[in-house]
Design a protein around this ligand. Structure first.
Ligand code: OSB
Ligand code: MG
Length: 367
């Protein structure tokens, strides 16, 4: 596939309510979109990097610069998504920047071939159950109200964001009020090895998993914690590649993997993590980064893979945005529909996208 150019577009989209984690409170998303333009086809990518480097070292301005200055000059003249791994390998890290370019190239390639993302990745189902990630709140009654509403909407599992001072009591309150629901927690690295005894206080609540309690580079700490607890440890931030996933599994640092294509350099590497986990008999699930309908479409395709045996953070558009940039994804009978059209199977609504756009530049590749 020959590309004539790439558009880098920045949009700003308010969230329906602030999303608070142990590392930040997000009230809006500043999003970098990548549009690749070929002779017969176009493709869209969404970068999951957030405004500040608080979840991982990447951030949206940095990702834009890396794409412009270091990734686009390395695009092969005849490009396929499969060729990007080797082409981008000399650039260390910056998986979110690489993933955004790959997502757009793969979309263009699959649109030209008339194949959906789900078919390409190996999805086996047309609909997937959805979980929802619930931020830290000011009070337990407020949390219970949110969880109540999400359960009424049909979400199949609830994930509570936790941090020191907001962990055992909110989990207890949700368990007591809602009984035997699928419940898990995510600490986004907020604890240390010294908190093992405290984290063990979560054991009586029958959680599906504890996600990323310790710093991302503390695989051994996670392995030690996993040997103390019966609640499974799931890793998110630590899993930056298929090799990191294989190492984490070999070490016993986790027994469940959260896969975010954006965090690992793209959907091809995400697929490899799925495969290596499946080979170990380890369940994976599709994580989320508050994506718009574009990233959501690709995540749903990933969530349709057979190894994704736990509900993912693939919630409906309205959980995040009053108005999404694509036709909204809806939760129907507790399920989200996996797009089946060519490529992502969705497109941005261009008038609305233009209204949200803060900057846009087109980089010609044939010049
Ligand atoms: O750790 O999974 C996370 C959002 C932003 C950054 C990190 C995380 C999250 C979420 C939201 O938990 C998941 C979603 O998109 O619904
Ligand atoms: Mg997480």
């Amino acid at each position: 596939m020959k590309l004539s150019g790439v558009e880098l577009r920045r949009i700003r989209l308010p969230l329906v309510s602030p999303f608070r984690t142990s590392f930040a409170t997000e009230t809006e998303r500043e999003i970098l979109l990548v549009r690749v333009v070929g002779t017969e086809t176009e493709g869209w990518g969404e970068c999951v990097a957030i405004t500040e480097p608080l979840y991982s070292p990447e951030y949206v301005d940095g990702a834009e610069q890396v794409i412009r200055d270091f990734l686009l000059p390395r695009l092969p003249a005849d490009v396929t998504a499969g060729a990007l791994g080797p082409a981008f390998a000399p650039v260390k890290g910056h998986e979110m920047a690489k993933a955004a370019v790959e997502m757009a190239v793969l979309d263009a390639e699959l649109r030209a071939a008339g194949m959906s993302y789900a078919t390409y990745l190996g999805g086996t189902v047309a609909r997937v159950p959805a979980g929802v990630s619930v931020g830290i709140m000011d009070s337990i009654p407020e949390l219970l109200d949110h969880v109540d509403r999400y359960l009424a909407e049909g979400y199949a599992r609830i994930k509570l964001k936790i941090q020191p001072g907001w962990d055992v009591e909110p989990v207890r309150a949700v368990r007591e009020r809602f009984g035997d629901i699928l419940l898990q927690v995510d600490a986004n690295t907020a604890y240390t090895r010294a908190d093992a005894r405290h984290l063990a206080e979560l054991e009586p609540f029958g959680l599906l998993l504890i996600e990323q309690p310790l710093p991302e580079d503390d695989l051994l700490g996670h392995a030690k914690l996993a040997s103390l607890l019966t609640t499974p440890i799931c890793l998110d931030e630590s899993i930056v590649s298929a090799r990191a996933a294989a190492d984490a599994l070999a070490l016993g640092a986790c027994s469940i993997v959260n896969v975010k294509a954006g965090r690992v350099g793209g959907y091809l590497e995400a697929r490899r993590i799925h495969d290596v986990s499946a080979a170990h008999g380890v369940p994976v699930w599709c994580g989320g980064m508050l994506e718009t309908g574009l990233g959501r479409a690709a995540n749903l395709a990933f969530a349709a893979l057979p190894g994704c045996t736990l509900p993912g953070d693939v919630s409906a558009s309205e959980r995040y945005y009053t108005r999404d940039i694509t036709e909204p994804f809806r939760l129907v009978d507790g399920l989200m529909t996996v797009p089946s059209g060519p490529g992502l199977g969705v497109e941005p609504i261009m008038d609305y996208l233009d209204e949200l756009t803060e900057s846009k530049r087109f980089i010609r590749l044939d010049a």
